[in-house]
Design a protein around this ligand. Structure first.
Ligand SMILES: [Zn+2]
Length: 112
């Protein structure tokens, strides 16, 4: 069972990937030749993943994506990797169904 923040991180990675593989420059540089069928597969997987995320978090995710071009940031050394603020002491890895947001930039935090 994946955690909620893990699912959101996965969704972010899929969306970034979809943006890459529909970009001609990226395909030229990497030499990837990705047929449409694979793109459709990934889109279907994304749709399924979205149904596993509660709508209020999906809305927050979309708002963050449009602001920062990402919605989930990794925590390193007790620091938000989006805005580089130190997290307040006492912030801990959330349980599987909870989400912790950065108190400075509001991004969804992922604790690797
Ligand atoms: Zn932050």
């Amino acid at each position: 069972m994946k955690s909620l923040s893990g699912k959101l991180l996965e969704l972010q990675d899929i969306e970034l990937k979809l943006a890459e593989i529909t970009n001609k420059d990226y395909l030229e540089k990497t030499g990837f030749n990705i047929d449409n069928e694979k793109v459709v597969e990934l889109l279907e997987y994304k749709k399924k993943l979205e149904t596993e995320i509660p709508p209020q978090y999906l809305r927050r995710y979309r708002a963050l994506m449009s602001k920062y071009k990402r919605a989930v940031a990794l925590v390193y050394d007790n620091t938000c990797s989006n805005c580089f603020s130190k997290l307040p002491t006492g912030i801990k890895e959330p349980s599987d169904n909870e989400i912790v947001f950065c108190n400075v930039c509001g991004i969804i935090l992922y604790f690797p």
